[in-house]
Design a protein around this ligand. Structure first.
Ligand code: ZN
Length: 681
């Protein structure tokens, strides 16, 4: 529940400025001709990111990153299978046909086939990575059959007979597995969702299973269900198939473990080696208590330069929110950019004490909010190719309560977004007032980074539950409301003179441009990501629509924020920044109350009223104007490649970094060299 997704694709900066706050960096991007964008298809841009300062790391740190980067790609197949149980055979079939083809590569149907495969790679399956809707192929079943006929059967392995028939049906039948995650109120969300976290059980049975396990008196509960598939056996018994070295996904997990063992031996500190070995034990046994032990030690490690995430982490992909998708990142600290973030986290208690929420829901002692700016070195699983720009972990509420959390802003990813988006015409099209465009050019990047810092290192960590609240009462509205809470905390403090006083920002103009951007995005421009006729479904987007819609309505009589029509185009304009800040504070107070009291009804009412519905006329206009700019609404990244040099005794004597520029080649390489799971798991 704690990821910030790639807003930056929409917040394309027209000018790059070195920010000095929370990080990056435009300088490097601006001054040379590094090729940031390497592919474009459908609604996707594929970019590269740089890893500045990799060469200044020690040999040991480079070895550590190399081993961790190998572990980061070994779990790729797991995510495919989690997203839908036929994703692996679909991917392998497509790849076999793709690599066997020697016909005309400029033919229309071939290009449509290639585009489809590129989309499947990007989404780690047949459903869009963001909307969750199944892709519609733009090539015919007959063309597919002709490719199949030209492909030697042995390239398809055991994909034949009924499995091959199913693969075809998954690709071509729109009624089969239409959505990866369906959280429509009133439906059986398990039956309606294509994800592979449950097998043969109903939503009611799954909820009963986990409710029975939960001990409400346990102050340190494990994350029940996090690392398993829930299955009903033939005899009717419901059991968990645990993801561990000897369990489900074992072949991939054993590879991850192999690389983590090598990594542990060259960790930055003895503490880091110790918790890495705890993580290995957890992978071997599947024991979630070990995962908690690992997280407690990990969150306390703020000294290591190199850091990583590797595991079953986020539960966005499970409509019920129990199961976590596999992901990994490898990163190291950006010491210069971390200074500003440090000021924010050093003052965490001040922010908590002055928060506009009901005092009984403030945290009396904010624990260990560590924040840093990082340079990411490798992305894997659910962080690849689409990746967050900020992360706050761990997710277990009791660990956050008792030990705090680690919050990171990923500077080199944000820098890559900004560099790739420079001059794309977005600001000219959607921002009415020239002074607002100037503000954005001057302070936009800083505002965006500051929002991420405040959201991650203070927002999610703030507040506390009431005495009789467990924390899971908000159910399918929980993610949206939690993101709204963190965003509101960031928005409220963004415009606080305290930030200038602390030296975090030089002027409140930073807040003005962030307010402009947030309101424009939430009320209007984020609709570019929604297909005509659809509502808003993704949690972060619902949150932004909710916040923007609520404050717009509350401030309407005073014209705090306005829709302005000019030359047949609609614009969002903010007139009163101080009043807008007060409204953000009022909504923060209400959403904190909803979370602290577990008020499901009030939470549902807010999300359903403001966060879901779309004005069809405005939607159509935004899509048209955006299409004219020809900007892909989503971006993702290929990884760099780490190349070790071995000495005569077999030890690594140097690790160099390369920046591949071929998306297809990276995907095919990963599929041939890092694919460990069978077609049926
Ligand atoms: Zn968040």
């Amino acid at each position: 529940m704690k990821q910030i997704s790639s807003l930056a694709a929409l917040f394309a900066m027209t000018t790059l400025l070195t920010t000095g706050c929370g990080g990056p960096t435009g300088t490097e991007a601006r001054t040379d001709d590094f090729q940031w964008q390497i592919d474009r298809f459908d609604d996707i841009n594929v970019l590269r990111y740089r890893v500045p300062d990799f060469d200044s790391l020690t040999l040991r740190q480079k070895q550590f990153i190399y081993y961790l980067s190998q572990a980061a790609v070994c779990g790729r197949d797991i995510l495919y299978d989690q997203n839908c149980k036929y994703n692996l055979p679909v991917r392998r079939t497509l790849e076999a046909l793709y690599t066997a083809y020697d016909g005309d590569k400029s033919a229309g149907e071939w290009l449509a086939f290639e585009k489809y495969l590129k989309k499947v790679w990007f989404a780690n399956g047949v459903h869009h990575h963001y909307s969750g809707d199944k892709f519609t192929p733009e090539f015919s079943p007959e063309f597919f059959d002709s490719l199949l006929a030209a492909t030697p059967a042995e390239r398809l392995g055991d994909i034949r007979g009924s499995l091959l028939d199913t693969v075809k049906a998954v690709i071509f039948d729109p009624a089969l597995y239409p959505k990866r995650v369906d959280q429509t109120a009133g439906v059986d969300m398990i039956a309606a969702s294509a994800c592979n976290y449950y097998n043969g059980v109903t939503q009611r049975e799954a909820e009963a299973f986990y409710t029975a396990l939960t001990d409400t008196a346990d102050r340190q509960p494990i994350s029940y269900g996090l690392n398993s598939q829930l299955v009903k056996e033939k005899n009717g018994r419901i059991v968990e198939r645990v993801w561990s070295a000897d369990g489900m996904y074992g072949p991939a997990i054993r590879e991850i473990v192999k690389w983590l063992e090598r990594a542990a031996a060259v960790a930055d500190t003895p503490e880091q080696e110790a918790y890495t070995r705890t993580l290995i034990e957890y992978y071997k046994t599947g024991d979630l208590r070990l995962f908690d032990l690992y997280n407690v030690a990990w969150v306390q490690d703020t000294e290591s330069t190199v850091d990583y995430v590797n595991g079953f982490i986020e539960n966005y992909g499970d409509p019920l929110g129990y199961k976590a998708s596999w992901e990994s990142t490898v990163n190291f600290k950006d010491f210069e950019a971390t200074k500003t973030t440090q000021i924010i986290s050093d003052n965490a208690q001040w922010f908590e004490d002055h928060s506009p929420i009901d005092p009984q829901y403030r945290k009396p002692h904010v624990k260990g909010v560590s924040a840093k700016v990082i340079t990411v070195a490798m992305l894997g699983g659910d962080c690849y190719p689409s990746t967050p720009i900020g992360i706050n972990l761990p997710n277990a509420d009791w660990i956050r309560r008792d030990h705090g959390s680690k919050s990171v802003t990923i500077a080199n990813i944000t820098a890559a977004y900004d560099a790739a988006a420079a001059g794309n015409g977005f600001a000219e099209e959607f921002i009415l007032r020239p002074e607002d465009r100037e503000l954005r050019a001057r302070w936009g990047a800083m505002g965006n980074n500051l929002h991420t810092d405040l959201h991650e290192c203070l927002g999610h960590a703030s507040g506390q539950l009431g005495p009789n609240t467990k924390g899971d009462e908000l159910k399918n509205y929980g993610s949206t409301l939690e993101e709204a809470r963190a965003d509101l905390f960031a928005l409220y403090y963004m415009n606080d003179p305290k930030l200038v006083e602390l030296g975090v920002i030089p002027t409140l103009d930073v807040a003005k441009t962030e307010y402009n951007t947030y309101m424009m995005n939430g009320l209007m421009t984020q609709l570019t990501r929604i297909e005509p006729g659809k509502g808003i479904e993704e949690a972060h987007m619902r949150n932004r629509a909710l916040i923007a819609g609520w404050v717009y309505e509350r401030g309407r009589a005073d014209r705090v924020v306005e829709f302005v029509s000019e030359n047949g185009k609609t614009y969002v304009v903010v007139n009163d920044y101080d009043r807008l800040r007060e409204l953000f504070g009022e909504l923060l107070r209400e959403i904190q109350r909803i979370k602290s009291e577990g008020d499901f009804e009030a939470g549902m009412a807010l999300v359903e009223r403001y966060g879901v519905k779309v004005d069809p006329a405005l939607h159509a206009e935004v899509l048209k104007r955006y299409a004219a700019l020809d900007i892909a609404p989503y971006s993702g990244f290929v990884n760099p490649r780490y190349v070790p040099t071995f000495g005569e005794d077999g030890t690594i004597t140097e690790v160099s970094i390369e920046y591949p520029a071929d998306y297809v080649e990276q995907m095919l390489t990963y599929s041939s060299d890092y694919s460990f799971l069978p077609n049926r798991n």
